[in-house]
Each structure stands twice: as structure tokens, then as C-alpha cells.
Design a protein. Structure first.
Length: 337
């Protein structure tokens, strides 16, 4: 059977990610507090020979939520079955997944906040009492069947924890939020990934990539892949600081990690709307992007770096935004530093 080019591309990307993904807590860089809490929970569960308590992992995309789910499976010595919230659109799908588990197994549900409420309600009894009640047939012939489930661990991942309902949130015994990584931590990740890919990289080259990775390991590894291509074709297959800078400049990623769309958002806010305040939907239409993408992908980093403010009236450009664009601040009328 032939594989379509798009499928081959996705398979290569998955293979690349899995190749770089750590499989043990000892190899997981960063998130020290989260790692320590999970290690403690794992050790306690193993000593009692029980299934790990349900775990909720929240935070921006690309910080390691999926990786931690598989590390938990490795640490507990159990299988990990993965799915995502939007995929489970009816109770039967959930029942089929849960009844196929073995005792102690982990079910990882990515983007759990996007699960349908009608399906989510079936999770309540499954998580608390390890049973699930399924209604068979309709009308006068309808009857409820209770299915016993093995004791399992649900690991939920979400980028928007505020959208998780209170009943579901309260059933997670362990809840942790992942934060952005420091440049030093990303530097270690880039160096380790380069070693796994057998790419020659100098310390300054790794730091240059880490500094532009927006505090996110997934982005750091993706940038490493692009810089590796540049070095292979134009720089004798060795990544130095100069090579990394040239490659990332070609990709229009500036020294602070801002991408083309980041600049477009800031320029739109300043030039078209005089620095704001302006609504999210208006910005999204102006830059030709979906509002959810602007809010979830671009805004968190812009806010963290101090270029953007969220106010009750809308988005507002900061003095740092004007400085980044080489303009005088409309509010302070000061020249950029």
C-alpha cells in the first residue's frame, strides 16, 4: 500500500518528535517542581502497588505535557493509550477505550477541555468509581448497562484550563501547570537534541537557538531542525552562532524570538489602531488569522515579553512594543532606547 506524501510528512515529523522525546524523569529538563511532585506520586503509588491518581497537566502548547504522560507510563511500568478531546464525540467511543484497558494503564486525553459535555459526564463515574453506565437502544427498549472498569489513571492535558468544568477538574487528584522554560534550560534541550540527531553544534550556536525559541522546547527542536538544514547545505554541517543567526534570520525570527506574525500583530495594533485598545476579533481579521490562534499561540508570548496588554476594553500596545518597532510611544511620546 502506497503512502500519500502528506502522510509521509506527518510520519517523519512524528518520528522526529519521538526521537527527541525523553522517556525518563532523569532526562526531562526543566519544570522542576512539577517533576518532583509527579516523582513523589509515582513512588508512593508503586510502594502501595496502586494505580496512580488522575493527573491534570495544563499550560501553553509545546511545554511537555504529552511527554510527561509517557514518562509517567514508563515510570509506572504500564501502557499509555492516547486520544484527544474532540475525537471522542459519543459515549460509545469512551466506553470502547476504557474497557480495553488493563489494571493500572494510563489514558492520555489531549485538549481535554474540548471534550463534549455529554461525553464528559460519563467520565465522572469512570474516574471516581471505575464504572461506566451506557444506555443501549432507544425509546421503550432503552436500558442502562453498567460496565466495570479496571483501576486506571486518566492524564488530561489542556492549554485552556479555565474551560474545564468544575466537576471534571475536582476529580483530578494531581493538578500541575507547566510554565515557559528559561534560556538555560532550552540550551540544554537543544544541545541534547543535537547530540541525538548527530549534529555538530557549538555552545554559542545552541544558545542562539534557545534564545529565539519563545520559552518552548517544541519550538526549540523545530528551530534546530531548520538550522540543521541550513548548516548541512551552506555551512559544512556545523552549527555555530553565526550559522544559527543566519538561518534564523532567513526564517524571519528575530533575536527575541518574534516571528513574522508577531510583528504583523504589533504593527497592526500600532499603525492601524493607534496602539489600541482594540478587540481580539478586529486584530484577527486585520492580520488574516483565526481569533483562537491569535489568542492561544501568539498573544501569550507577546504578553509575557511585555509587548501587549489585555484590558477590559481590548488589546493595548505597550512602550516596549513601540520600542521594538522603532517608534516613539504614542502615550509617553518618548523616543525608543
Amino acid at each position: 500500500m502506497h503512502t500519500r506524501p502528506s502522510e509521509e510528512f506527518n510520519q517523519r515529523n512524528a518520528s522526529f518528535d519521538n526521537r527527541l522525546r525523553p522517556t525518563r524523569f532523569d532526562d526531562f529538563v526543566g519544570q522542576l517542581k512539577v517533576r518532583d511532585r509527579l516523582l513523589l506520586a509515582v513512588e508512593a503509588a508503586r510502594q502501595r502497588k496502586e494505580a496512580l491518581d488522575h493527573v491534570l497537566l495544563s499550560g501553553p502548547p509545546g511545554l511537555g505535557k504529552t511527554t510527561l504522560a509517557f514518562i509517567l507510563g514508563e515510570a509506572m511500568g504500564v501502557h499509555v493509550k492516547t486520544t484527544s478531546g474532540p475525537v471522542i464525540d459519543k459515549p460509545g467511543d469512551l466506553a470502547g477505550l476504557l474497557t480495553s484497558l488493563e489494571p493500572g494503564d494510563i489514558v492520555f486525553i489531549d485538549e481535554i477541555h474540548r471534550m463534549q459535555r455529554s461525553v464528559e459526564e460519563y467520565l465522572y463515574s469512570a474516574m471516581e468509581d471505575f464504572v461506566i453506565d451506557i444506555v443501549i437502544d432507544q425509546g421503550p427498549n432503552a436500558r442502562s448497562v453498567r460496565l466495570e472498569l479496571p483501576r486506571f489513571t486518566l492524564v488530561g492535558a489542556t492549554t485552556r484550563s479555565g474551560l474545564i468544568s468544575s466537576p471534571l477538574r475536582s476529580r483530578f487528584g494531581i493538578a500541575n501547570r507547566l510554565d515557559y522554560y528559561s534560556t538555560e534550560e532550552l540550551n540544554e534541550i537543544v544541545t541534547r537534541s543535537a547530540s541525538k540527531l548527530e549534529v555538530a553544534i557549538e555552545s554559542d550556536g545552541a544558545r542562539e537557538i534557545a534564545a529565539r525559541a519563545r520559552g518552548t522546547p517544541r519550538i526549540a527542536n523545530n528551530l534546530l531542525r531548520r538550522v540543521r538544514d541550513f548548516a548541512q547545505v551552506r555551512a559544512n554541517n556545523r552549527i555555530t552562532r553565526t550559522v544559527a543567526d543566519e538561518a534564523l534570520t532567513l526564517l524571519e525570527i528575530d533575536p527575541r524570538g518574534l516571528e513574522e506574525m508577531d510583528i504583523r500583530i504589533l504593527e497592526t495594533l500600532v499603525h492601524k489602531f493607534n496602539g489600541g485598545p482594540v478587540g481580539l476579533n478586529t486584530i484577527a481579521v486585520s492580520v488574516g488569522e483565526e481569533p483562537d490562534t491569535v489568542e492561544e499561540v501568539y498573544e501569550p508570548f507577546l504578553i509575557q515579553e511585555g509587548y501587549l496588554e489585555r484590558t477590559p476594553k481590548g488589546r493595548l500596545a505597550t512602550a516596549a512594543c513601540y520600542q521594538r518597532l522603532g517608534l516613539a510611544s504614542a502615550r509617553t511620546n518618548e523616543l525608543p532606547l
